[in-house]
Design a protein around this ligand. Structure first.
Ligand code: TRP
Length: 464
């Protein structure tokens, strides 16, 4: 092992909260959540989602940050030290999950670059009257070389940030991008609320209609709460390991959870206000997640939204920022594993991890039609191709399995003395009750996560 240099840290709790919120706020909020809310008919689903975030997401978020801050190690070393040597396997699974997740996430992130470029062009030259949104999107995803260029560009951005370190790279970039993201979102929200569809959108999202709620919807909300909060693979353990012991675990966790939830709701209000402003549009919405963000919205920006030509590029810039602060956190899990466990320098680790994962990314990018053999095979029933298979694996299997490991570890393996000393250490907020957390992490979260796995294994459900 090379001489140990002191571990890099966030400069403050604010730095950690923004970086961790950057990880949490991503395509999950802007791409998946609005769609599953639509798919599950809004209202009641949103309420159930909020309950899942509070009852399962927050306790596990606290557990991950606790384990990271306590051990000051990245996921494999952290779980070994906090729970016992064998638990390194759960950490290893987390690293593998990160590689697979980044494999397909980067592909979607790359699309945001393409739509950003398109919107910039349209804003200057005008929106083409004969634009066929569905066909254009199809042409993009099936164009192999373009997929490779876009995802390579996005991966290069991600590697560059992780390469520069925790304080000088990740923290500096998230401190710039996140305020920009909040600003753009506010601008969009104000505009969207001025549109005719705003009332209907708010009703759809916030008026519970329990008649429409299904058990699948409940499990989907539960599964999504993992994905959107970046839980289940040690991303928050890793970020927590750069948190100084002076900073509160509970306060940090609560901030990240609140910000992520707020942004998901705001993004959904914006998108639905725009969509409901067009008569009949809601009937035409496709059944694919990609549809809303990349097919329906671009045209609406130019035909319906006030100041559309100004806001459209800003919107895709925002989606790109959100995706970047998330890809950074996923790559950091793999890079920090190489750094902490294999003694590789940060610069080398980020290049190696980025390079290896890019192979997966390239294959995923080609699996949407560009290359037949990768696009057409079917492993898990309904969905074809490597991209869909990866998404299925991560959302249905890997994150829930990792999450189950972490809740069981934090609730049943770590002792009450240890976790209490970490959480009720004088830095916790007044509303926090240690006993409540312990109850949730021991009973509620494991049962909830087990329910997801059971539905997937026994009933063959698909929540990706
Ligand atoms: N939370 C991010 C999103 O909503 C995605 C993400 C980043 C993630 N890091 C993660 C998901 C780690 C699971 C685990 O887009």
């Amino acid at each position: 092992m090379p001489a140990q240099t002191p571990r890099d840290h966030w400069s403050s709790r604010f730095g950690f909260v923004l970086a961790a919120a950057g990880s949490a706020i991503g395509l999950g909020n802007l791409w998946k959540f609005p769609f599953i809310t639509w798919d599950n008919r809004g209202g009641a689903f949103v309420l159930v989602y909020l309950a899942c975030i509070a009852a399962v997401g927050l306790p596990i978020m606290i557990a991950e940050i606790l384990i990271g801050r306590r051990t000051q190690k990245s996921v494999v070393g952290a779980l070994q030290e906090a729970l016992g040597r064998g638990w390194g396997l759960v950490g290893g699974l987390g690293v593998a999950t990160g590689c697979i997740l980044l494999g397909y996430y980067t592909v979607v992130a790359g699309w945001t670059l393409s739509y950003l470029a398109r919107c910039l062009r349209w804003s200057f030259t005008g929106f083409p009257a004969d634009y066929d949104a569905g066909a254009a999107f199809g042409a993009l995803v099936t164009d192999g070389p373009v997929q490779l260029v876009l995802s390579a560009a996005f991966m290069a951005l991600t590697v560059a940030v992780v390469y520069s370190g925790v304080g000088k790279g990740i923290e500096r970039v998230t401190k710039t991008l996140m305020p920009a993201l909040f600003g753009i979102l506010l601008l969009l929200l104000v505009t969207a609320l001025s549109m005719d569809g705003a009332g209907e959108a708010l009703g759809f999202i916030f008026r519970p209609n329990f008649g429409e709620l299904t058990w699948d919807g409940v499990l989907e909300a539960l599964g999504h709460s993992f994905f959107t909060l970046s839980l289940g693979m040690g991303a928050m353990i890793t970020y927590g390991s750069y948190l100084s012991r002076r900073e509160s675990v509970v306060r940090s966790a609560a901030w990240v959870v609140v910000l992520d939830t707020l942004i998901a709701l705001v993004a959904t209000v914006i998108m639905f206000s725009v969509i409901f402003s067009v008569a009949g549009m809601s009937d035409h919405l496709g059944r694919s997640t990609a549809g809303m963000l990349f097919i329906t919205l671009p045209a609406l920006f130019y035909t319906e939204v006030p100041f559309g030509p100004l806001l459209a590029p800003l919107f895709y810039l925002l989606v790109g920022f959100a995706a970047l602060t998330s890809t950074i956190s996923i790559l950091e899990v793999a890079a920090s594993y190489l750094i902490d466990q294999r003694g590789v320098s940060r610069k080398k680790a980020s290049l190696i991890a980025g390079g290896v994962i890019f192979v997966l990314t390239a294959l995923c990018g080609l699996s949407l039609g560009a290359w037949g053999p990768l696009s057409n095979f079917v492993v898990f029933g309904q969905k074809a191709g490597l991209f869909a298979t990866f998404d299925h694996l991560v959302s249905n299997w890997l994150l829930p399995i990792g999450g189950l490991g972490i809740t069981l570890g934090a609730g049943w393996v770590m002792t009450r003395e240890v976790t209490r000393a970490e959480l009720a250490d004088g830095t916790q907020p007044r509303w926090f009750r240690y006993g409540m957390w312990r109850f949730f992490i021991r009973y509620v979260s494991p049962v909830a996560v087990a329910a997801i796995l059971l539905a997937v294994i026994v009933f063959g459900r698909d929540f990706s």
